[in-house]
Design a protein around this ligand. Structure first.
Ligand code: NDP
Length: 493
């Protein structure tokens, strides 16, 4: 792997500022061992189920975490059922909303330490956990707190009721934020929950447990079971679950859909993506460069809606690529706890191997591989420098498959029709971006793209009031906005 700042030294004149280290110094308490949160109480879990959670930037083991057995999952579902029947479904929306507001406020108050915890467990830069993950998680609780007493307006003219017990399974790329996306609408609508965090990033969910206890959330309304795929499978297959909300890979999403087919369980699937960013010659190029960087190198490209395919209008391709490379050469890669860091660590050894395997496949299929950053890639820890793959074809593996890393495939087009055809030539349909100074072109092209979300002259812009979700193999159902309430409600009249 390339350990130098760039394999294109002629461009290093752009260089970057020499920055002094600026580590986030807030103290973070991490216990030696974590179990599960069931019925409002912490349970140690079984000694023989323990697995380590590590800091991917250093390799340090942060804590031991127990994996929930089927029996423990059953206990969690029973506790969620009891809380639903006896407490939560009977409580007024206004009262439920108060709990959500309290959670949101505590998240804000504890934001800095939870951000530092998340950065250690996940590897993403503190700049992102501090300024994006945690504030957005709080914003989701605030937003859905406001809906809790207004559900009569969620489906105009109709009466609605909650579904019951929701099984929620989330991935490792935005651990706390994904928990917030799942919990806030479920709780606002009167459902109770059993949540399973990802195996490699359980710690922020356990920090959230402290908040749930501090705000006095009634026992059993939220239960959290840790563990890997087997725990997730036990949860989604539990017969007393009414709703499955899954965020993760398309492969596991398909498996879950097969398993729950024929049951009465309702489901939402937020799956993978292969987002296209289309840059027209009439775009504001430097803005589009920023958007491209944000689209693929934010969170090391571990973003389901990442803009991992860049489609450049041929007439500006060379100019744009040069600007893009210069900008990439100003990105700081390294210690995720340093406030200057733009590109942190890959979350796990498994994902690190996957990203590097895809880069090697691209090389073998004929891609020109370009890697760069403002500083050398750290020798220790799981780091992959920002990578551009050029001279690639629509049929290449790197253009078709989700890499889920800081790897951008660059293609060109000559006409808007060609851009749309190339962008839509994917089994996925989660997100896309269009860059042009002509509004009519933005609308025309955006409407023809098969994607759940299309950003115009921007990318990776998130707001709790705005629905998010995919089409085709990127899944179905929406999270965020009023549409995010519907998957947790049943229309009764
Ligand atoms: P996985 O599908 O491997 O895992 C997602 C979650 O499902 C994890 O908690 C995992 O546990 C659990 N799981 C694994 N196997 C099963 C099973 N058989 N039954 C039930 N649960 C199971 O995805 P990743 O964690 O690798 O996340 C990356 C993927 O998520 C990418 O493809 C990405 O695009 C997608 N994603 C989609 C988003 C969206 O909103 N559309 C947002 C974020 C990510 P464990 O981790 O312990 O194995």
């Amino acid at each position: 792997m390339n350990k130098t700042a760039s394999n294109a030294p002629e461009l290093q004149i752009a260089g970057a500022l020499e920055l002094s280290p600026s580590p986030e110094r807030i103290e973070v308490t991490i216990r030696e061992r974590y179990g599960h949160f069931i019925g409002g109480k912490l349970h140690d879990g079984a000694d023989d189920s323990l697995f380590p959670t590590t800091n991917p930037a250093t390799g340090e083991t942060l804590a031991q975490v127990a994996a929930a057995t089927e029996a423990e999952v059953d206990k969690a579902v029973k506790s969620a059922r009891a809380a639903y029947t006896k407490v939560w479904s009977k409580m007024s929306g206004a009262e439920r909303g108060k709990y959500l507001y309290r959670i949101a406020r505590r998240l804000q108050e504890k934001g800095r330490s939870i951000a530092a915890l998340e950065t250690r467990d996940n590897g993403k830069p503190i700049r992102e956990t501090r300024d994006v993950d945690i504030p957005l998680a709080a914003a989701h609780f605030f937003y859905y707190a406001g809906w809790a007493d207004k559900l009569d307006y969620a489906v105009p003219g109709r009466k609605v009721k909650p579904l019951g017990v929701a099984a929620q399974v989330i991935p490792w790329n935005f651990p706390l934020l994904m928990a917030a996306w799942k919990l806030a609408p479920a709780l606002a609508t009167g459902n109770t929950v059993v949540l399973k965090p990802a195996e490699t990033t359980p710690l922020s969910a356990m920090a959230l447990v402290e908040i749930l206890q501090e705000v006095g959330l009634p026992p059993g309304v939220v239960n959290i079971v840790n563990g890997a795929g087997a725990t997730g499978a036990a949860l989604v297959n539990h017969p007393d679950v009414d709703k499955v909300a899954f965020t993760g890979s398309t492969g596991v999403g398909r498996l879950i859909m097969r398993q729950i087919a024929g049951t009465k369980k309702k489901a939402t699937m937020e799956l993978g993506g292969k987002g296209a960013q289309i840059v027209f010659a009439d775009a504001a190029l430097d803005q589009a460069v920023e958007g491209t960087i944000n689209g693929i190198f934010f969170n090391q490209g571990h973003v389901c809606c990442a803009g991992s395919r860049l489609l450049l209008e041929e007439s500006i391709a060379d100019d744009f690529l040069e600007r893009l490379k210069r900008r990439v050469l100003s990105l700081q890669i390294g210690d995720p706890l340093d406030k200057n860091t733009d590109v942190g660590a890959i979350n796990s050894a498994e994902q690190y191997a996957t990203v590097n395997r895809y880069i090697e496949i691209a090389r073998k299929e004929g891609a020109d591989v370009w890697q760069g950053a403002a500083c050398p890639t750290p020798e220790k820890g799981l780091f992959v420098p920002p990578t551009l793959l050029m001279n690639v074809q629509q049929s290449d593996t790197c253009v078709r498959e989700e890499i889920f890393g800081p790897v951008l495939s660059v293609l060109t087009f000559r006409t808007p029709d060609e851009a749309v055809k190339k962008a839509n030539d994917s089994e996925y349909g989660l997100a896309a971006g269009v860059w042009s100074e002509k509004t009519s072109k933005l609308f025309e092209v955006a409407h023809r793209l098969n994607a759940g979300i299309v950003w115009a002259n921007g990318y990776n812009l998130f707001d709790p009031a705005s629905p998010f979700g995919g089409v085709r193999h990127s899944g179905f159902g929406r999270e965020g906005g009023m549409a995010g309430l519907w998957p947790y409600l049943e229309v009764v009249s």
